[in-house]
Write a protein that binds this ligand. Structure first.
Ligand code: G3I
Length: 475
């Protein structure tokens, strides 16, 4: 049986409504302020680190302007809190309904946000017809059919899937779910293989709770990843839910993330919340701020950590009080959409309180001699969006004081938000000018700046650059 029937009714439910689309307008010429001048949001801090910050969305809440405003501005990744689970997407066998999931996908696309898929195979929130399948062969066929159809439907839209969710017990043994007991140990790899075949571009993750520390459960997943890698079973990422209790962020969280990253998979904090006894007081909220900072810092410090997702926006709609009586206040915004201290903790963990380097007044621009610069361009991209990091190196023998880098986008890409440089675009021509603090490029010195952008499916790197009018080599 699924657990749905055992749960108390959710509070504060609202009728479903479709999110209003917010399309990024591609102006003919746009001026983008450097980060220090722009309003800092969690997503701008995440993007500056090449990461994403996400939230679990229930589309019906978007009818509340406060909810929608926070969702629109603070996050660059969206995951469906419930709408893409098996009970929503295949309520009757081989009859698929995507309306609720598509609302989440449409919201993500309209705001240029990444879409994260949750979840294809889980022992909760699956439809009751699954319980009626007694043969392992038939259940395997039903599971593969589910994975195949849902992953194909969202192919090109999701960047990653939680393919299998919560497959292990705290002691590291396999959870005796219907999939485990009827299909056997191979059900996890069968699900991953079906997902890869259905959507070869999506990153495929295994996701679980109480795996944030190095412990028996996380080690069981570690061993599974190692085994899958050794046998060529597709797996790309591991999700750490991080449904935490106040003051109990594991001290080895970062080390745990890093040991998985060292296996060659991405890692992500996928469902962060920090619950406390309610009503909350100032001291609890201060501890929660510190807890959020610890989790965001751990992700910031692990290169292969793609980002942090919080399991909801507001305490008004968190799952926590429904399941843990007497506990709540687990999220970043309170029941009235007031920003809690946890916000500053999250921001600080992603570099938000870093002091902006003291501006130095740039002297007159020094022309770069031809060939005295090298430019490298790194890009992280998904369906229609991307984050780019550009590194400019002065390869000449004299200092450059004040720089302007230009390039051309040949596939209609549009820069939407930049940091550590002022970036303007006119048609295909893009111009990046130094921020005050990184104007000086000593001989042999380099600096990096970054930006987010949108693309129409093709996103080639620029072929050539000029620095202060002189051509650079492309590194
Ligand atoms: O949709 C029905 C509605 O028709 C009915 O009137 C109402 C009455 O109870 O229930 C509604 O379904 C609820 C559903 O959320 C959608 O709101 C279920 O009862 C409720 O059990 C379900 O809870 C979800 C829970 O997963 C299910 O186990 C939570 O919203 C969701 O936040 C939670 O998320 C999970 C992750 O997927 C996996 N990791 C743990 C995390 C927290 O439990």
């Amino acid at each position: 049986m699924t657990d749905d029937s055992k749960r108390p009714p959710r509070r504060h439910r609202r009728p479903l409504s479709v999110a209003a689309a917010v399309l990024l307008a591609a102006g003919a010429a746009i001026a983008i302020p450097q980060l220090a001048e722009a309003a800092t949001t969690l997503q701008s801090l995440a993007a500056a680190k090449g990461k994403t910050v996400g939230f679990a969305l229930t589309s019906s809440y978007l009818s509340e302007s406060a909810y929608k405003n926070i969702a629109d501005t603070e996050f660059n990744l969206v995951v469906a809190e419930n709408a893409m689970k098996w009970s929503s997407t295949e309520p009757s066998r081989n009859s698929f309904t995507y309306a609720a999931g598509d609302q989440v996908a449409d919201y993500a696309a309209s705001g240029g946000k990444q879409l994260y898929g949750h979840t294809l195979v889980w022992h909760q929130q699956y439809p009751s017809w699954v319980d009626g399948i007694s043969s392992g062969t038939d259940l395997l066929a039903a599971m593969k059919n589910h994975v195949t159809n849902v992953a194909q439907h969202y192919a090109g839209k999701v960047t990653a899937w939680d393919v299998v969710n919560e497959a292990f017990e705290d002691n590291g043994s396999r959870r005796q779910s219907i999939f485990q007991t009827r299909i056997g140990n191979t059900y996890i790899e069968e699900a991953f293989k079906a997902a890869r075949a259905a959507d070869p571009a999506a990153k495929l993750c295994i996701n679980d709770y109480s795996t944030d520390a190095v412990n028996a459960k996380s080690t069981a997943i570690y061993n599974l990843v190692q085994d899958f890698k050794a046998r060529g079973i597709p797996i790309d990422c591991v999700g750490f839910q991080a449904h935490l209790i106040l003051g109990q962020v594991p001290s080895d969280l970062q080390a745990n993330l890093q040991r998985f990253a060292n296996l060659g998979v991405d890692v992500r904090i996928t469902e962060l919340d920090v619950r406390m006894t309610t009503p909350s007081d100032a001291s609890e909220l201060a501890t929660q701020k510190s807890d959020f900072q610890k989790v965001f810092t751990a992700c910031a410090n692990v290169t292969r950590c793609t980002g942090v997702t919080v399991w909801g926006l507001t305490d008004k709609y968190s799952w926590v009080p429904d399941v843990f009586s007497g506990y709540g206040a687990a999220l970043i915004w309170d029941e009235n959409y007031g920003k809690k201290p946890a916000y500053d903790g999250a921001a600080a963990g992603f570099g938000g309180t870093t002091t902006t380097p003291t501006p130095t007044t740039p002297g007159p621009t020094t022309p770069a001699p031809a060939g005295a610069c090298a430019v490298s361009y790194a890009v992280n991209q998904w369906n229609t969006g991307f984050t780019a990091t550009v590194t400019v190196r002065n390869t000449g023998s004299s200092a450059i004081n004040g720089w302007t880098l230009t390039w051309s986008y040949t596939a209609g890409q549009t820069v939407t938000q930049a940091w550590s440089a002022t970036v303007t675009q006119s048609g295909s021509a893009v111009t990046a000018t130094n921020a005050a603090w990184n104007a000086a490029l000593p001989a042999g010195g380099s600096t990096s700046f970054g930006f987010n952008g949108t693309h129409g499916g093709s996103n080639p790197a620029p072929a050539a650059y000029t620095l202060n009018g002189a051509a650079c080599t492309v590194a």
